[in-house]
Design a protein around this ligand. Structure first.
Ligand code: C5P
Length: 239
């Protein structure tokens, strides 16, 4: 099987505070995105990486990634401009894939510390026949569904508490048969559907998604505290 990775990295990252686009923020001396691309490049399963950059940052991102593939000289790295939403950015990445790619891993640039074993396990599970695969971890917190407050500003009422043992927090890379991912993204555009992850589109259009174990270090850098945690994880790895 011929697998490629699409890395949406075009988000502003406003929840992280003011500054550069999230993927270009520093983590241990290197932009977050560079960490993410290096992990993908370390996976023997991945022959091509398409990075989806902010539309005004394509040249800058190309320069940053010039040596991110390390020793994988046979792997190909392409940078294309992204869109207004994550889903649009993924679509731009898919459009840049050659015809002979039959497995696609979609990996958030904002998950720079995912272990390469998780990347390999996702790719392998697609190679073994799954049409869509997500890495996921159990939840530490109990989750409540809430409703609208009676009047604006009042406390939100709790509606229900799903059984935590049946819930998983989903990470990336998410892996797909290429034909399946192309089809659901095309349908999403036609029907105006927006999802927060790609597997969500597969579910929405009747496909089958399976879970493999994720990893606590594959967390998404979203808020300032996540960056503190990421720095600590990196420091531990380097010690
Ligand atoms: O905003 P969120 O943390 O969910 O973004 C997840 C990933 O999607 C990030 O890597 C971000 O750069 C990317 N993204 C994108 N294009 C957008 C919005 C988000 O590539 N318009």
């Amino acid at each position: 099987l011929n697998a490629a990775a699409v890395v949406p990295a075009a988000g502003r990252g406003e929840r992280l505070g003011p500054g550069a686009p999230k993927a270009l923020r520093d983590l241990g001396g290197v932009p977050i995105l560079v960490h993410a691309v290096r992990v993908l490049a370390r996976s023997r399963a991945v022959g091509r990486v398409v990075v989806v950059a902010p539309a005004d940052g394509v040249a800058e991102v190309r320069a940053l990634l010039a040596d991110a593939l390390g020793e994988r000289e046979n792997a190909v790295l392409v940078v294309v401009p992204g869109g207004a939403t994550r889903q649009e950015s993924v679509r731009a990445g898919l459009a840049a894939l050659p015809d002979d790619v039959d497995v696609v891993l979609v990996h958030d640039a904002a998950r720079p510390l995912v272990p390469v074993d998780v990347v390999d396990a996702v790719a392998r599970t697609v190679a073994e026949g799954a049409e869509a695969v997500v890495p996921a971890v159990p939840l530490a917190d109990t989750v409540k569904q809430v409703g609208a407050p009676a009047v604006p500003g009042a406390p939100e009422p709790v509606l229900s508490t799903p059984d935590r043992s049946t819930l998983r927090a989903v990470q990336t890379p998410q892996g797909f048969r290429r034909d399946v991912l192309d089809r659901v993204h095309t349908k999403a555009v036609a029907e105006g559907v927006d999802a927060t992850d790609d597997a969500g589109l597969v579910e929405r259009f009747g496909g089958r998604v399976v879970v493999v174990p994720g990893h606590e270090e594959a967390f998404k850098v979203t808020r300032p505290l996540d960056l503190v945690l990421a720095e600590a994880v990196l420091a531990r790895r380097r010690s």
